[in-house]
Write a protein that binds this ligand. Structure first.
Ligand SMILES: Cc1ncc(COP(=O)(O)O)c(C=O)c1O
Length: 406
């Protein structure tokens, strides 16, 4: 056996590699008003970790429950770790890096989860993957589906940014826009899977999504010279990415490759702050999310309990920022780092700017800080409306150049 499951709430162990989504007992408590119970964690067997420990250089394959065949059929890494010189000077944080997951194949971090679920589908002999998405997970699953010949059925809120929907259509998925929220699409996709079968890839509901996302930590470990950052700023909606980041470092620790965990900083919009409330006030109830940062607009976070616990265990904290600051940070990233990020992805940088003083008081100015940039701004250029525009065309004459004063 390569892995088994454990319930992240009651701790019950399931010694199986079969397809499992949730703890049958704990999930009975779910009422649609409070963060769901019963998400499963994947536990790698000791001999898998022993093999990883013995290697001079590890890759995510060493830690995946379903490793790839190494054929690079859908490469999900290694994304650049950038030293943003101007932001380093601006914030006076000499060891600041941006991890550019906006450069993954479909333009977001979600490629990591979708790839591992595709490997799961291949291993289990399934062709159909069903999911709900705010847009990026759908585009990622659709891209992987095109590359690996899988059938993708995607439920998305009809209000998702056009480019994210178009991407999924272009990749050849069966796209089902829903007249409702992401949470409504989530519920419908579960019903569809019950009715028609296939593997459900919903974030955190399928534990392999967290396993795929943990690949970022394995990469960071090697990119940083086999060291652990002191703090990682992560944009948070359902809480699956941040749980994946945590799981990657936990696996490295279990393998004896590292001896400390980074602090995880959960970055949210003030208008979608369910997990921050859980971290700060132990409040696990749904919110009414309205943020413009569509990818992190979540009423009832699918992985809220696990995410809040992992942030607290890491000694980390939550930071919430108003939407106006998120949109300003998009411009800062483009103009002062050359990084085009969608609103959700700029939330991690917005949170760092707000939190800088507190961060330094806890970890000092020389802290090794990583900001995850989780999605490209090309997916949603409308987010820049009213903040910048393309200048009017000039006459095709040398005369017209006299009026240009740059
Ligand atoms: C670009 C981007 N950033 C952050 C997130 C938040 O991830 P999670 O919902 O796992 O917390 C998402 C999720 O869709 C996303 O697409």
């Amino acid at each position: 056996m390569r892995f088994h499951y454990v319930c992240s709430d009651c701790g019950k162990v399931f010694m199986t590699e079969s397809l499992m989504y949730q703890c049958p007992e704990c999930s009975k408590k779910n009422d649609g008003k409070h963060f769901p119970y019963g998400n499963l964690e994947v536990v790698l067997e000791d001999d898998v970790l022993d093999k990883a420990r013995a290697k001079d250089h590890v890759t995510p394959d060493d830690f995946y429950p379903y490793p790839s065949d190494g054929s690079e059929s859908f490469p999900v890494g290694i994304t650049p770790l950038m030293r943003p010189e101007r932001l380093i000077r601006k914030l006076n944080l000499p060891n600041l890096s941006l991890k550019l997951d906006s450069l993954l194949i479909s333009g977001s971090f979600k490629d990591r989860a979708s790839y591992e679920v595709a490997l799961q589908a291949k291993a289990l002999g399934e062709r159909r993957i069903v999911l709900a998405s705010t847009g990026n997970a759908g585009a990622a699953a659709s891209a992987v589906g095109a590359a690996l010949d899988l059938d993708i059925i995607l439920f998305v809120p009809e209000t998702a940014p056009l480019n994210k929907l178009m991407q999924s259509v272009l990749y050849g998925a069966h796209v089902v826009p829903v007249k409702g929220s992401y949470d409504d699409a989530f519920a419908l996709s579960l019903e569809y899977t019950k009715m028609h079968g296939g593997i459900n890839r919903n974030t955190a509901y399928n534990p392999m999504t967290i396993e795929g996302k943990k690949s970022v930590s394995i990469e960071l470990f090697e990119q940083m010279g086999r060291k652990v950052p002191d703090a990682i700023y992560v944009p948070v909606g359902d809480g699956c990415i941040i749980a994946g980041v945590s799981k990657g470092f936990k696996d490295l620790k279990r393998a004896g490759l590292i001896d400390k965990m980074p602090r995880l900083i959960a970055c949210q919009s003030e208008s979608s702050d369910a997990i921050s409330r859980a971290i700060e006030n132990d409040d696990y109830s749904a919110v009414n999310a309205t943020t413009r940062a569509d990818s992190i607009s979540v009423d009832l976070p699918a992985n809220g309990r696990m995410a809040a616990r992992m942030v607290k265990e890491s000694g980390g904290w939550a930071v919430t920022v108003p939407d106006s600051q998120i949109l300003d940070s998009q411009l800062t990233l483009t103009r002062e780092a050359g990084v085009l990020a969608e609103p959700a992805a700029a939330t991690s940088y917005a949170a760092l700017e707000k939190d800088r003083k507190h961060l330094v008081s806890v970890l000092g100015e020389n802290a090794k800080v990583v900001v995850l940039i989780t999605g490209t701004g090309f997916k949603d250029m409308k987010a820049f409306d009213g903040r910048c525009s393309i200048p009017e065309a000039i006459e095709n004459s040398i005369e017209a150049l006299k009026d240009l004063k740059f």
